[in-house]
Ligand binder design. Structure first.
Ligand code: GP9
Length: 428
């Protein structure tokens, strides 16, 4: 039975002296509107193309006192793309190193956010204008105890309002309002956007930013598609304000995974005005935006600490004032807590800590991108370092490997079956 060992690792390395953050309960009883922003990467935020802001609305949101914006927030997905990001958010567990956990372990027991929120009187739903069976969502949403799933058939999709992957995001948000308005409150609703999806094709009459000019058609088209997403989210905020739902809700906007792969590095280097995209840059490009917008809060700021998608579940629980079960298994932290584990493990075994970035076994200074020389085991140093090859990344790397392995074992062994959550079944 590996569970005690996993619990011990979590107590010592993840929960540490976390305590309650000052923001615990600040959004108690509020609705949570979570926008899973398809392929939205951090490098476009605050940036320009042809002298124009790419994301004017999101940029204005950063300046809004009601917004916490996390500028060093990393996506941690594997081959399951969007579904992996959902898995990370709902469970604070890692997706798998191969395949998509939504497909391979959709029938497991989990202790996911929707089920926890249900015990606090929340109704949960997913809204996504795509085929319900894609990524085996139907089964996995049941396992994670979502109450409702509004898929493609819940929307009126016509030739005029769809393109590429299907219903465009603006009519998607507009048509979703009737479901949101009729939902029992408080609710937790996740909106998964679709238009800003590879290959980033857009109808001409919806394009308000000219494409980029490089050898990558994909990167070129990415910018106008991102601009459309920015406009769609702005319109959605407008709908929320018109219906009065805005004041009673916390609105989270999170990029789900990268949109531009390393295959487009030449064009990416051209856009970012770099000679080349180094392995260090590649990790930094795994940053996706995270906005936590709390209307009326007034104390928002730009947060620079290192964070990741695995932190969303404990963060949302804390904001909503939900006490954690003593047996809670999670690999993320409340983003507003003082003490945190201090690193973000990426699915391929790379990691980012406050001071270092490690990729393919090479350790870099996170601020400067300079490679850090490791001790190659000089005779002189053998008294201090018995193992040789030790550098500042070594001890974190060991934790990262353990964390990923423990998370995998929980999923492969369906180990949540064996955990007695005290808050379930009216035990408390
Ligand atoms: C499909 C949408 C996109 O339903 O969620 O998924 P992706 O291909 O990005 O994983």
């Amino acid at each position: 039975n590996e569970l005690p060992e996993i619990q011990e690792f979590i107590d010592e390395n993840v929960k540490v002296e976390e305590g309650k953050s000052e923001l615990f309960g600040v959004a108690e009883g509020k609705n949570v509107i979570f926008i899973n922003a398809e392929s939205l990467q951090e490098f476009v935020i605050g940036n320009t193309l042809h002298g124009e802001e790419i994301t004017p609305f999101l940029n204005s949101l950063i300046k809004d006192d009601d917004t916490y914006y996390f500028e060093n927030f990393y996506e941690q997905t594997g081959q399951g793309n969007t579904s992996d990001s959902e898995f990370l958010v709902e469970n604070s567990l890692h997706p798998l190193s191969r395949g998509a956990v939504f497909f391979t372990h959709g029938g497991n027991d989990y202790h996911a956010l929707p089920g926890i929120l249900e015990e606090k009187g929340y109704t949960s739903s997913v809204l996504h204008a795509n085929n319900k069976s894609f990524w085996n969502r139907e089964q996995m949403y049941n396992s994670m105890e979502f109450d409702h799933f509004y898929g493609e058939e819940s929307y009126e999709v016509t030739e005029e309002n769809s393109f590429g992957w299907g219903l465009l995001d603006k009519p998607f948000f507009e048509q979703s309002m009737k479901y949101l308005e009729s939902m029992e409150q408080p609710f937790y609703s996740k909106f998964i956007t679709l238009t800003n999806h590879f290959p980033f094709d857009m109808p001409d009459d919806e394009t308000t930013l000219e494409p980029y000019d490089s050898n990558s058609n994909t990167l070129n088209k990415f910018f106008p598609a991102v601009r459309y997403m920015d406009e769609a989210i702005e319109e959605f905020f407008g709908h929320l304000k018109e219906t009065g739902l805005y004041e009673d809700s916390v609105i989270v906007i999170m990029g789900d995974h990268i949109g531009i792969s390393a295959n487009h590095n030449k064009a990416m280097a051209q856009y970012l005005d770099k000679e080349t995209i180094t392995p260090y840059d590649q990790v930094q490009l795994q940053r996706v935006p995270l906005f936590i917008h709390i209307p009326g809060h007034g104390e928002g700021e730009v947060v620079s600490k290192v964070s990741g998608q695995i932190d969303m579940k404990p963060t949302l629980m804390s904001l909503l004032g939900i006490e954690e079960d003593p047996n809670e298994i999670r690999f993320g932290n409340d983003l507003f807590a003082e003490e945190r584990k201090g690193y973000v493990a990426l699915r391929n075994g790379d990691f980012v800590s406050e001071d270092y970035i490690s990729t393919a076994g090479v350790c870099y200074d996170r601020e400067t991108g300079e490679e850090i020389e490791t001790d190659k085991g000089d005779a002189d140093e053998s008294a201090e370092s018995s193992s040789g090859n030790e550098g500042p990344c070594t001890s974190i790397q060991e934790k990262v490997e353990k964390e990923l392995a423990y998370s995998d074992n929980l999923v492969y062994g369906d180990l949540f079956r064996f955990i007695d959550f005290k808050t379930e079944d009216g035990d408390e």
